[in-house]
Ligand binder design. Structure first.
Ligand SMILES: [Zn+2]
Length: 237
């Protein structure tokens, strides 16, 4: 994507910019209200100087840095951001961007044999075997969250809720069921809620053999997200 030569490149760049803007807006809203979402975003294969996969700009990276800058301007304590990337593909761009940045923790659970074939080192990587099912996945997630907690204290979580670990996905090599995906989402939202860490989420990837399945997985994530948003609002009263 170093050179975008398509006639629709401007529309594509505009869409990509707006998607970054939506993750920024979601992060600001999450810091106010506890939970917020971007119905696009999660373009985690983008590096600082180039796109990759289907990704033009790295929305989570831009949003993380901008939230840190805004918090610094408000002279509060430095904002630490955890990016919890549960898209089936490794968050190589994000890992690369924050490799030397101790204020952003990158966690990626992904299919070991899925794209990208040359992976970058996140702060915590959990590669999973082909055909990985609900129990094994949820156990790995539990271990990853424990690992994150032992090493980092985030003031904001950005969650990439890719639906591509679903068994009906064309590209993902894992085999999560609907229940497994929902349990995954619930665990992440609950983990952040228990610690009262604001959480912004983005949709990331989803390539269902049936497009309806991808949409359904995303709707389910929003349903769980809305429940946790309500908890934050009820607590605030
Ligand atoms: Zn993906």
């Amino acid at each position: 994507m170093r050179e975008i030569g398509f006639p629709w490149s401007e529309a594509m760049a505009d869409r990509a910019r707006r998607s970054v803007g939506a993750t920024v807006a979601a992060c600001r809203a999450a810091l106010r209200e506890g939970v917020a979402a971007n119905i696009a975003g999660g373009t985690h294969h983008s590096y600082t100087d180039r796109g990759g996969g289907f990704c033009v700009f790295n929305d989570a990276a831009v949003a993380a840095r901008l939230m840190q800058a805004e918090q610094a301007r408000a002279s509060r304590k430095p904002l630490q951001v955890a990016i919890i990337d549960l898209d089936v593909h490794q968050g190589n761009g994000t890992a690369s961007i924050f490799r030397k940045d101790e204020s952003v923790f990158t966690l990626s659970l992904h299919g070991q044999k899925n794209f990208p074939f040359r992976k970058e080192a996140s702060d915590l990587d959990v590669p999973l075997p082909d055909g990985c099912r609900d129990d094994e996945y949820l156990q790995a997630l539990e271990g990853a969250l424990t690992g994150l907690e032992g090493r980092f204290e985030p003031g904001l979580v950005i969650y990439l809720a890719g639906s591509d670990p679903h068994e009906g996905d064309r590209l993902g090599r894992l085999k999560l069921t609907w229940d497994g995906l929902e349990a995954r989402d619930r665990r992440v939202f609950d983990w952040a809620w228990q610690r009262r860490i604001p959480l912004a989420f983005a949709m990331a990837g989803g390539y269902g053999v049936r497009i309806e399945d991808t949409v359904q997985a995303q709707v389910n994530t929003f349903g769980v997200g809305a429940q946790y948003w309500r908890r934050w609002q009820n607590q605030a009263r």
